[in-house]
Design a binder for this molecule. Sequence first.
Ligand code: SF4
Ligand code: SF4
Length: 343
Amino acid sequence: MDRTIKYDGVEGFIARLMDNYDVIAPVPREDRFVFDLLTEPSGAVMEYGTTLLPPVKWIYRNNEPLLKFDLEDIEKTKAVIDVRQQVLLFVHPCDINAINIMDEVLAEEPADENYLAIRRATVIIGYECLTPCREDTLCYDKGCHYADRGYDVIFTDIGSGFYVRVETGRGKEIVGGDPSFRKAVYDDRIALMLRRDEGGLRFGRAVAGEMGKLSHLLKENYDDDIWDVKGERCLSCGACNIVCPTCYCFDTVDEIGSDMREGCRYRRWDGCQLEGFCKVASGENFRDSAAARIRHRVFKKEVYLKKRFGRSGCVGCGRCIDSCMAGISIIDIFNHIMEKRHA
Ligand code: SF4
Ligand code: SF4
């Protein structure tokens, strides 16, 4: 059963969540917002622009310990899964859709047991966008300004407080026993529908053309000049990979203690835009130009993941555009490829 909560009831709800979970919420940081561990219930903000890193990075962590080992005693080698009960609070729909993609990709055999265990211990409380959170976003083109699954509960501002849709048994437990919520009634549901209708009008397309044809057009334009044009500007810094909520490539690094015996293997985020990503032991590099690497990133999102999972791997959050010091925009690339249809 859905619920409602008044604006002034939210802080008390967060305080009670903090009694039982690590609560990770959007907080202001200089001129940006980041998802961070809350120390005060009042620290969380609900209206925020795209965060620097997406919330999924609290599930798919950098420097995650994966394995403890003893070089002289194989019996002591054991997998490490560091699980904390946590809540990701006020997650935008694009980021919920990204977590849905990560859930699917990382559950494929061989499954990423660390990700899956942390994911199971993570409650997701969404916050529905009724207005775009930034200008250069393509979440609407991707249909990711809205999430129909992947959260336990989701809040929507209906003018008199928040409508709270409850999707899972865990969500029901969390809001069902909390005194700040009351059962939603008919008028609340009408208010939700009206707010959503109004909100829908505020979103617009960034890409001209049918997104359903993008994958096909990309394949037809594999050798297009756009890759060289963008490649000439690309700094191969990998920032676009690191900020992307659906980039999941990683490397492993072993650190050995001062006894030169016991050590730990860690997951370190990696990125296909880094020059060494495709370099192999013989010294060859299978993607030795920035142009080839940019093309790969776009094809990974729009062709390869689509072929494998039936949906694009880009949720249109715009973070890669925001983070690129060379001014390379995935929207420009998509629009260029879409124009090819008319060429
Ligand atoms: S490719 Fe860019 S716009 Fe798409 S999900 Fe990744 S960071 Fe967001
Ligand atoms: S952020 Fe921009 S400059 Fe850096 S690797 Fe990505 S496309 Fe290249």
